[in-house]
Write a protein that binds this ligand. Structure first.
Ligand code: SF4
Length: 72
């Protein structure tokens, strides 16, 4: 599983950090970054992505297929 944060979208709400504090943190600009892509289990990281109000967290599987947000 791969994680990406879209820095343009992130509004520093930090719910991702509340859900998966071992995976995400805010950088100096208040934008979420990935501090450890394996900091929390995959279900928790997916929950964190779903908790983001602006869908700034993008999750890919090991074949680089986007899992979340769902591709329309
Ligand atoms: S929940 Fe979304 S908007 Fe909030 S800090 Fe995390 S990535 Fe950024």
């Amino acid at each position: 599983m791969k994680i990406k944060v879209d820095r343009e979208l992130c509004t520093s709400v930090a719910t991702c950090i509340a859900v998966a504090p071992n995976t995400f943190e805010l950088d100096d600009e208040g934008i979420a970054i990935i501090k450890n892509p394996k900091g929390d289990d995959e279900e928790t990281i997916l929950q964190a992505a779903k908790s983001c109000p602006v869908d700034a967290i993008i999750i890919y599987d090991d074949d680089n297929k986007q899992i979340y947000p769902k591709v329309k």
